[in-house]
Structure formats: C-alpha cells, structure tokens
Design a protein around this ligand. Structure first.
Ligand SMILES: C=C(C(=O)O)c1ccccc1
Length: 373
C-alpha cells in the first residue's frame, strides 16, 4: 500500500514523494518574464515531489492575464532557467504548465491589440486580470473573441511544439499540457464554446481533434515520458460547460491511453470550489474515468486535485484511487507543506488579498514551521 510520502516514477521522472504543487497563477512576472523572486518562490517549495509551474503562455496570443509568465521570448526562457536551476539545486523536480487561454483574454494583451481567438466567436462570461497605468491590478470582462480560421490551427499546434522544446532546453523536467479550466483546448472540447462545423467541431472526436494534435506534436518532440496533461471534466471555470462530460472525457482518456504519458491530472469538481460540482444529469464518476483509462491499457500516473486535505489525500493514495495528489492554496501559504503534512503540523492560512499581483508579501514571506513560535 503506497503512502503520500513514498517515491514514485512518473514516465521518465522519479519523484521523492507524491505531494504535488498544483499550478497557481500569481501574476508576478511583469513583461511575461520570470524573475529572481519567482525563482525564490519555487525554490522554497522544492520539497514537493513535483512542482507544476503557474500556467505559462506559449505565445502572446496565448496570454490572457497581466504579468503571467511566457515561454516565447529569449528573456522569459532565461528567466525560467533561473527557476529550474534553483529548484534542481534544492533537490526538486519541476514541470511547466503550457497554456493558451483562447477567449479568456483582453484586447490590450493580444498582439496588435487584436481580438482573442477561440474555436467559435462566443464571448465567455468571465473576467481577466489587468494591470492599470498606476500599477494597481483589476479584473475586467474578457473581450469578444474571433473564431479561428481552419488554416490558423496548425500554427498554434506548432507553437505548442516549439514551447515544449524550449521548456526542456531551459531545464524543465517535463511539461503539463493545460487542457482544463475553460482555456483554449477545453474550449474546443466543450460543446458550449465550440460550434464549429468543420473537422474541429460537432462530434466528440472532432472537438477533441485539436487536443490530440497538440499531444501528438509534444510527445514526438520531447517524449511522452515527460508529458502530463490537466483536465477538468465538470469545472464551470471561465464559462466552460458540456452536458455530457462522462462521454466526452471517457473518449479523451481512452485515446490518451495510447500515448503512455507521465501523468494525468484531474481537477475534481469546480476548480477551487465544490468537489461535488455537477454538469449534466448525473454526478461525474472519477473512478469510472480512471477505470476506462486503465481498461484500454493506460499506465500514466493518476494525479487528483481540488480541495484535498491531509487525511483525504493520504486515504486516496493509500487506497490506490490516485497515485499523487496536487495541492494548490495550501502550497501558497506553506512552502514546507510536505513536512507539515507528514508531521500532522498546523498549516499557515493563505492570505487571499495577495494571491494575484504584488511582490514578496503573500508570496515568499510565509513562515516555515521552525519559524513559527
Ligand atoms: C490558469 C488558471 C487556471 O488554470 O485556472 C488561473 C488563471 C487566473 C486565476 C486563477 C487561475
């Protein structure tokens, strides 16, 4: 029976424990360039079995929020090298979450102030984070997107390939494809945001086509053993909706089984919200999803996320229901979360007012266990 604190090998990467830092957007990389403060933040949390970076834009078109990092300029890649070096020196492992926001963006963030792109010209009922002229941050309604021309899609797939290659070249141990939370790949998957009538819309197979073109190029470029993927079958984040999530995501995982990825990361319920959130006419069956994946030969590690506490995480791994558990907010406030979970020690409470934007306050200044009186 495995424990949360046992090592595990996922694909080509061996982890010292099964406690994962989930991707957490913090909006602290001005000009999309990771900086030394970011390096310190990740280094502080390197006792995690695996760090997944905050969502990282593969191009400017894929950028949807102010001050999130990118993977598409020389300066950003140099910045990420500082992060991977610092994490590796501290004995950690780190993968980068590769992100294209699609319609969850704002014209001022887009190349030439243009419209964000999406499978269809359907505006999301969602907001994005902008930085004002005086340096303060605020949330704004996302802009009206334009539908991608069929001829543009191959170019975005190539952007993913380039970004994956760059990620490995700057020292990441692998990549996580962000296919969750109502961003571009998820916008193609969900029928509420994809009304295309070409080969990328309509049937589940067609709506998943873009996802598998991305998985194809990335696994060919860097090897499937360094590739994870995040999905969120029923999250309502960013206005995501599909009435038949079980059928949709069963198709997705059964096809993913062919790739022997390093891991599959599943957000259970509403991202950052209710674990029992439901879309469609019945509760989502996560165990059934994993069983469907395994039944067709899928062997990737299974990573569970959303609202886990120590006891639930321990039980979930000990029972074999998941191989790893990803923690979000607890890692914001507890750089030494692994030790605290292992010792059953109290956790620092996260300060929600400093989640997004700013500097060291609420980012790198949370106390370690030994610093708490
Ligand atoms: C990348 C995000 C996600 O995956 O939900 C995100 C973006 C902005 C705020 C919180 C989270």
């Amino acid at each position: 029976m495995a424990s949360l604190f046992d090592p595990i090998t996922i694909g080509d990467v061996t982890l010292k424990n099964r406690v994962v830092m989930a991707p957490l957007t913090r909006n602290r990389s001005p000009k999309a360039v990771p900086n030394t403060l970011n390096a310190t933040y990740y280094e502080q949390r390197a006792s995690a079995g695996l760090l997944i970076t905050e969502a990282t834009a593969i191009t400017q078109q894929g950028q949807g929020y102010a001050d999130v990092p990118g993977l598409y300029t020389p300066e950003a890649l140099e910045g990420w090298r500082k992060v991977t070096d610092a994490v590796h020196k501290a004995g950690g492992k780190i993968v980068v979450q590769m992100w294209h926001v699609g319609r969850i963006s704002y014209t001022s963030l887009q190349p030439n102030g243009g419209q964000p792109v999406a499978p269809s010209a359907i505006r999301a009922k969602s907001k994005t984070y902008l930085v004002n002229g005086d340096g303060t941050g605020s949330f704004a309604e996302t802009s009206e997107p334009r539908a991608l021309e069929l001829a543009e899609i191959a170019g975005i797939v190539e952007d993913y390939r380039k970004a994956a290659r760059a990620a490995i070249d700057v020292g990441f141990d692998g990549v996580e494809i962000h296919a969750a939370n109502g961003y571009l790949i998820d916008q193609f998957l969900r029928s509420s945001s994809n009304k295309r009538t070409d080969a990328y819309g309509g049937s589940i197979e067609n709506r998943a086509r873009f996802l598998f073109e991305v998985v194809d190029v990335i696994t060919k470029e860097i090897g499937a053993g360094r590739v994870g993927i995040r999905i969120s079958p029923v999250t309502p984040s960013n206005d995501a909706f599909d009435p038949e999530p079980q059928a949709l995501f069963t198709y997705v995982v059964e096809k993913l089984a062919r790739y022997q990825l390093a891991y599959i990361h599943v957000v259970e319920g509403a991202t950052g919200g209710a674990r029992d959130h439901q879309q469609g006419d019945r509760p989502f069956d996560y165990a059934g999803l994993r069983a469907a994946y395994a039944a067709v030969g899928g062997k990737a590690a299974w990573m569970a996320n959303n609202g886990y506490d120590r006891d639930l995480a321990a039980r979930t791994v000990e029972s074999g229901e998941a191989d790893l558990v990803a923690f979000g907010k607890p890692f914001i406030a507890n750089p030494d979360l692994v030790r605290r979970l292992k010792d059953g020690a109290p956790l620092n409470a996260p300060d929600q007012t400093t989640f997004y934007g700013g500097g060291a306050k609420g980012y790198t200044d949370y106390p370690l266990l030994e610093q708490v009186a």
